[in-house]
Design a protein around this ligand. Sequence first.
Ligand code: FES
Length: 261
Amino acid sequence: MSESIPIYRAEVLDHVEVAPEHFVMTLDAPEIAREARPGQFVMVRSLGTWDPLLPRAFSVYHADAEGGCIDIMYRQVGRGTGRLRLNEPGVHVQLWGPLGKPFQLADVEQVVLVGGGVGVPPIVFYAEYLDRLLAPVKVVALIGASTETFLVGIDHLQRANATVRVATDDGTAGHHGYVTQLLPEYLEDTPTAVYACGPMPMLAAVARITEAQGVPAELALEAPMACGVGACLGCTVPRREGGYARVCTDGPVFRPEEIAW
Ligand code: FES
């Protein structure tokens, strides 16, 4: 691991279930809270165990520079996140970051944020960041989930003055279908840039739509990450021009034309 990246022992300040299987962990991390930008991620590893050995990557969900803390959100699906869930307030975890390239704000009048599943955290962070900056852009957030109870971050997006629309696979809330089906209507007239995070099929659809319309876009990829700093090559994705990109250091934010979807 690069020596220039400090590893912190961060106290868990809060750890709550915000939706079925979805948890938000608040960590005491003043340096990261100050430096983190939307799209960047942190690596977290539970202390006092080698099971599982590897850390996990999580996008920053909120960064409170004044309060000196960050939030991450995760869905408890396997052993790694199951172990993470056991970290109650007061215990410490290993933490390093912020890592990776953040979203870059384009010179546009409208920003459309697209988030699916556990890809919502950087979308929420970006909406809050733009709101805090008083960025002179209209912000629309399109959020998708398999079902209504898995829709997360909506209240935060509304508080950040984003116009929110939702889509669910089973039709229990909002549009019945894929969240990307909501996207084309926002790309017609107003100069717009699209920023997205979610599962690869969703990102591939965003790439297809924005490239066809000639609309600038940035897509934050998710990949299994063992180191987060470019050393293990466990996070590579194929580039359209040939070769491979490391999601952790070349991304996680890419332009659509960079990736062989
Ligand atoms: Fe190790 Fe990207 S996570 S190279």
